[in-house]
Design a protein around this ligand. Sequence first.
Ligand code: PLP
Length: 423
Amino acid sequence: MKNYQFDTLQIHAGQSPDSATKATGVPLYLSNAFTFEDADQAKRIFALEEGGYFYSRLSNPTVDVLQKRMAALDGGAGAVAFASGTAAIMGLIMTLCEAGDEIVAANNLYGGTIGSLSGMMTGMGYTTHFVNPRDLEKLENAINEKTKMIFVESVGNPNGDMLDFDAISKICKKHKVLFVVDNTTPTPYLFKPIEHGADIVVYSLTKYIAGHGHVMGGMIVDSGRFDFHNDRYPLMTQPDKAYHDIVYADLNEGALCTKMIAKTLRDLGSCLSPFNAYMTLIGLETLSLRMDKHVQNARAIAKFLNESQDVEWVSYAELEGHASHDLCKKYFPNGFGGLFSFGVKGGIEGGKSVINNIDLFTHVTNFADSKSLLTHPASTTHAQMSEEERLAGGVKQETIRISVGLENANDLIHDLSEAFKHI
Ligand code: PLP
C-alpha cells in the first residue's frame, strides 16, 4: 500500500478482504475474545512469539485496521489505538516514564493536556517543564538527563501558532530524546510530522480523523526510527520478566508498539472500543475531501473577519502579518485547516454577546466537527489555568475560538454578521 496516494490509503490501507464473508466494508468485530488453534498456539501468542487476536483489551481486528490505516497515512511503522486522545497521551507517557522522570512540553498545548501533564502526572512522580516552544534556546536548556520527551502540538490551540519542526527535531536528535508531536488539528492530510523529524505522532481521533462528532478515540503512531538502545530509556532496555525477559528496544521498529500493546493496554485497560474504531474508519474514508472544504471555508471566514469593523484581531496563520505566517507557508502548503481564533470589539462582553447570539454556529468546547463551532476558551477549556498561564499560552479574555465546519461559507458568514449586530 506504501506507494498509493493519501486519498487511496484513507479508504484501503490496513484492510484485506474478510476471509469468512468477503465483505467490502471493514467488519465490526465486537467480540471481546478470540479462540486459539490449539494450546501451543495460545502459548506462543501469550509469549509474544506469534501475533494474533485473543482478547480485545490488547488487540481486535476492527481496531487493527484503523491502527494500520493511521500508520500508513502518517508514514509510520505502526500505531496503537486508545480510548481517547487523552488516554493515548497518558498511555505513551506511562510506557516510557517512571517516577522521577521529566517531560519538556510546549506551553501552548490544549488546556486538557496541560492539565494531565501538570495534574495527575505530577502525583505519579513525573515532572513537566512547560516552555515556549518558539524559544529554541529555552527548549534545549530544559532538557536534562531525566528528560524522556519533547511534547508539542503541530498547531497551537486556539491561536494557530506554529513551530519550526525541523529545528526542534535537530535539538531532539542532538540529545537523543524523543520528539513527540500531537497532530490532532491538521491531521496527516495537511501535515506529516514524521517527515519533519518527529519520532512519535499523537492523535485525538475524536476530532477531524473521525470528523462527525460521534466518537471518542486516540492513536499513537510510531515512526519506528528511534533507537531506544539509549541510557535515557531503561524501561525499554531492561528485560521484562512478564514476557520471558523480552527487551523491547531489541524489537527495533516494533519496540514501542509492542510494549504499548503488551504492557500499557494490558495494564491500563484504556483500549479503543471496536465500535468507535468502526465509526472512525467510516469518517476517515473522506478525510482529504473534508479537510479541503474546511480549509476553503476557513479562508472565506478569516477574510470576512479580517475586514469586519466589529473585529479587533484575527489569529489565522495564512493571513500576512501572523507571527507564524512564514512557518505556515513552509510546513502547510495545502492549507492551514479550520481552527483559529479572533477577538471582537468590546472585550469579554463583546465576545459573550457573539456567543449568545449565534444561530447556525454551535457553542461547545469541541472542535473539528462537520458542524461549525464557537468556544470561549477563557471560561471553558482554559478556565482551570491562572491568568498568567493562559496569557502565556496566547489565550486572552476575549478570545473566541472558531472551528469552521463543512456548511456553506456564505451561511456561516451571515450567521456571524447577524451576531455581530448585538455587540
Ligand atoms: N490533543 C488535542 C490537540 C486536543 O485538542 C484534544 C482535545 O480537545 C486532545 C488531545 C484530547 O483528546 P480527547 O478529547 O479525545 O481525549
